[in-house]
Every structure is written in structure tokens, then in C-alpha cells.
Write a protein that binds this ligand. Sequence first.
Ligand code: ATP
Length: 369
Amino acid sequence: FAPWTDPNETPLIQFKNVTKRFGEFTAIDNQTFDIYEREFFALLGPSGCGKTTMMRMLAGFEAPSEGTILLGGQDIAPIPPNKRAVNMMFQSYALFPHLSIWENIAFGLKRDGLPKEQIAARVEEMLKLTRLEKFARRKPHQCSGGQRQRVALARSLAKAPKLLLLDEPLGALDAKLRQDTQFELMDIQEKTGTTFVIVTHDQEEAMTVASRVAVMDHGKIIQADTPARIYEMPGSVYVADFIGDVNIIEGRATPAGDGYDIAFAEGEPALHAKSDKKLQAGSTAYLAIRPEKVRISTERPDDLPNVVRGKILDIAYLGNLSTYHVRLPNGQIIKSQTANTRRLSNRPFTWEDEVWLGWTDTAAVLLEG
Ligand code: ATP
């Protein structure tokens, strides 16, 4: 995997061949990549893939077993956690219950022995940034979950770190508040220009807030890219499958025209995908097609190069959308997602209906596994 880097960006963090072992176990496996200045970078991946270990190395709670981490071009290894221009906001927020919101935010500044006026000015600035001016005198238990989350954010930004690490920052909030807070987080990140690195289990959250998402597996970043490119141009079946819903069709590839024909089942016409990949004729390839790019119809579409026929097995009704699960003659299930713009009584399909599925030859991403 060659990490994608933008030559126009200035790296703030540079991982150079970083490996982290715990005994025999390799938690981070020889990783080289950059995180840019003013970037909102998300680490995403299944449990145990090494997200927290990445964060802990940045914070200084763990040291790499091999390799170097640079911050602003300087090796951070000799710098103790409290001296790094890095702060970490924990999911639990870890607010001091006996201190007011004002004192919570001021805590780190006081410990650093800053002059009183400077502390006061900075705390006021942070209260304003996080819209907490009215709550300054309250104690954490007198605040709502969302407000406590903002206090934790204000406190971790008070010392103006270059890098803020956010470990599941919205994990304790309910779904609606979480959505609002995501936009607030993006707004605060932009206003302060601080580089944010977030760990989240919620892929929608990562896609919403981050300028770049790194998808990890077994101690490696498999792909680091903008949310749109991760979703629409996944580099592997793993990434396509990890982010959002996807149909994966396996078959044998034969070069044809501007791409490949994929023979996927006996008696079915080959599917065509545009691609500039170099595959050996006859090799196994995969097509990744997002359900919303699969059009479902009762009549055979004559404007789409790829069509298959099947029977509706299941319909998942999601309010604004419906996902149709269609079984092909070879047993494979293909999903088609459609916006429910028509009235309920006018829906054209139901269970057991024979339907056509079709997609364009750019809708399918050709992958090598
Ligand atoms: P989760 O999403 O569940 O928090 P994660 O992606 O953050 O997972 P890490 O916490 O970074 O994963 O852990 C990566 C791997 O390293 C796991 O297999 C974990 O068991 C192992 N690991 C982490 N810390 C230690 C440690 N101190 N000693 C031994 N093994 C560890």
C-alpha cells in the first residue's frame, strides 16, 4: 500500500516506519504516513486494529518499538506527554466534579503558571468558542451531556495544542445530539485551525467530520483518503466492504474495450467495468457496486450496459429509502437502494416480483481482492 499524500499540504505529523509491538504481538505494523496541518483526520477500523495504539503513541503514553514519529519535523520520542503540543480528549471527558466549568477550563493554564489576566482572557475565549458563557459558574453535574462534552473540548483546546486527539468524543451522546455536535466539532476545528485526529467506531461520523479517513486493518492503514474517494473509489474489497453497503460480485476478468468483461455465473452475460488496471486475462476480479447505483425496474432497461434479472427476496424499508434484496438465478443477492419519492400506494415492486437490475459501466469499481 502506497499511502496517498497531497503534495500541497504541510505535514504536521509524520509516521516513519513506525512499528509497535506488545510482546510477540504487532499492534502497528511498519506504518509511514503524514497527517497535515489544520486537518481533521479520522482513524477507522474494526476493534483491535490499532486505532487507540496510534493515538497513545501520538500522546506519548506509548513509545514506538521501531521507527520515528515527527511533530513539526521534530522527533517526539524524547518529549514527555505533558510537554508535547498535543492534547487528548477522552470519551469520559474526565472533568473535575468539584470545580466549576470556568475552573475546569482554566486548570491546565493555572498549572502552567500563566499570569491571571492571560488565563482569564483565554478561558473567556474558550467559553465563547464552545458557547458556554452562560454556564461558566456551574459544576459539571449541573450541565447536560452535550454541555459537558463542550467543556471537555474547551479544556483540551485551552492551551492551544497543535494536535488534538479525540477518542470517541461523541460516544456518550444520543443520536440526535451527536449529529448536531458533529457539525459543532467541525466548526470549532476550522475556527481554531488545530489538527484533529479522531477515533470513532461510527463510520458515518468519520465520513461526516473528517477531511481524510484512514481505514485500518491489523495494524496497517489500508487506505487514507477523502471520504468521497474512500466511498466511491475504494482500493480494495476490504475498504469497499467496511464503508457503507456494497454489492461484491466475483468473476473472471477478460480485457475488453476500455476495461474488462467479468464472467460471474454460468448462463449470465458478462458484466463490463471501466478500468485502467492491468489484470491478467482470466484472473479473479471483484466488482464493487453501491446499492444506490443499482437501478431496479420491471422492464429490461435498454440504456444500461449491465443488466441482470432476479426475484425480490426482501425489502428493507428505511423511510426515505428502500433497499431491495434481489436473488439472481445463481443464488447471489444483489441490493438495490431507491429513494421513496412516490406515495406508498404507487410503489411498483413487492416481494417475489421478477425484476431487472442494471447499472452503468462506471458504477462498478473493479478490484483485485
Ligand atoms: P478498539 O476499537 O476495540 O478500541 P483499537 O483499534 O483501538 O480497538 P488497540 O487498542 O489499538 O485497538 O489495540 C490493538 C491491538 O493491540 C489489540 O489486539 C490489543 O489487544 C493489543 N494491545 C493494545 N494495548 C496492549 C497492551 N498494553 N499490551 C498488550 N496488547 C495490547
